[in-house]
Ligand binder design. Structure first.
Ligand SMILES: Cc1cc2nc3c(=O)[nH]c(=O)nc-3n(C[C@H](O)[C@H](O)[C@H](O)COP(=O)(O)O)c2cc1C
Length: 343
């Protein structure tokens, strides 16, 4: 039974990567509907711009995390080593992929390699929000994590033949474990977005970090559909709340909870726009992972160098010296995003 679970899960992990690389994803995160305006008197010199910020009580050089991708099978060791080297090189946080498989198989190397490389930098554990307190504690311990992501992924599970069908009690479970676990809990979507009321529920149970993980980047309905031989789910590929729309809905909750923006964040301007929409951190996954898998470490490092440089350029052109000042930018909202605004 346990052997079967491990084999099926390892195969699924490999297929997720293969299908991600094949996937098309035609959805937009709607960042094109957030407009940043030029400040002709920035009153700054470029060397003054600082992108450092605090995350989980540690200084990070950029408020950008490499988000959870993979782990638990042999091929994942090299992948996670490369991603951790990138995170370490830029001193940015990194989350490992779901540790459920590792917890079952006892094969920890693809997760622990991240902590080994990142030393005392920010490393985040990842398991399903269904997990028990014992599983979550073991996941945290495995990599001496600074925090744990509990992922929510009902749309993905529902389009997976072998997926979970039981979604009762998850909010209660999150409340239960978050009050007992020794590190902060980050509740995370995987590309389908969160509404104001979802985030409000998390505020009400005392959660301090939420990753709204919106639509517009990696599409797990499409990825699962390529594995699924029974039902064609292609008419659901546009399911979810675009990342910018989630940010807009949740903006006013940012004084009560740290909002992490992710899902389809592909450029310096997406990062800056997310921060201007009151997120305290952003996270990239697909854009970095694809480049790494297709072109290797050096090419990904160069892309990230460019992305971080352009982030500073945009801060300069907005007249913002520090990350916190981006909150005062007040971007223009247009198009579909504007239509989605509620009173
Ligand atoms: C191949 C692959 C595997 C992933 N596995 C996990 C996972 O194990 N746990 C998780 O929380 N998110 C996982 N994700 C989701 C990402 O962390 C992220 O939420 C999602 O890809 C949206 O961000 P993006 O549009 O920047 O890719 C995975 C993404 C990819 C591409």
């Amino acid at each position: 039974m346990n052997r079967d679970y491990i084999e099926i899960s390892e195969k699924r992990k490999r297929e997720h990567i293969e299908n991600f690389l094949k996937g098309k994803n035609n959805n937009s995160a709607l960042f094109e509907d957030i407009v940043l305006e030029n400040n002709s008197f920035p009153e700054l010199d470029f060397p003054e711009i600082v992108t450092e910020s605090m995350f989980l009580n540690k200084i990070v050089d950029y408020p950008v995390r490499i988000n959870a991708v993979t782990g638990g099978f042999d091929g994942a060791v090299e992948i996670n080593r490369g991603l951790a080297e990138l995170a370490n090189r830029f001193n940015i946080p990194m989350a490992v992929g779901s540790q459920s498989l590792g917890l079952k198989s006892g094969n920890y190397e693809s997760y622990t390699v991240v902590r080994e490389i990142m030393k005392d930098k920010v490393v985040i554990a990842n398991v399903s929000a269904h997990s028990t307190l014992d599983e979550i504690s073991r996941a945290v311990e495995m990599i001496e994590a600074d925090a744990v992501q509990l992922h929510l992924n009902a749309p993905q599970e529902m389009c997976m033949d072998e997926g979970d069908r039981h979604f009762r009690g998850i909010l209660d479970n999150i409340e239960y474990v978050s009050k007992r676990i020794e590190v902060p809990v980050i509740v995370k979507e995987v590309g389908f977005g969160m509404t104001h009321s979802t985030v409000r529920n998390l505020v009400d149970i005392g959660i301090e970090y939420v990753d709204i993980g919106g639509k517009g980047g990696t599409n797990f309905i499409e990825i699962e559909d390529m594995r699924n031989e029974t039902i064609d789910y292609s008419d659901l590929y546009d399911w979810g709340i675009p990342t910018a729309a989630s940010l807009l809905q949740c903006k006013e909750l940012s004084s009560k909870i740290n909002i992490i923006a992710s899902g389809g964040i592909n450029s310096a301007s997406d990062i800056v726009k997310s921060l201007a929409m009151n997120s305290s951190l952003t996270a990239v996954c697909g854009v970095v992972f694809r480049r790494y898998m297709e072109s290797g470490y050096n090419s990904t490092e160069k892309m990230m160098e460019g992305m971080f440089h352009k982030m500073k350029v945009i801060m300069m052109l907005l007249g913002c010296r520090k990350i916190e000042e981006l909150r005062n930018v007040n971007p223009l909202i247009k198009g579909e995003l504007k239509e989605r605004m509620r009173d």
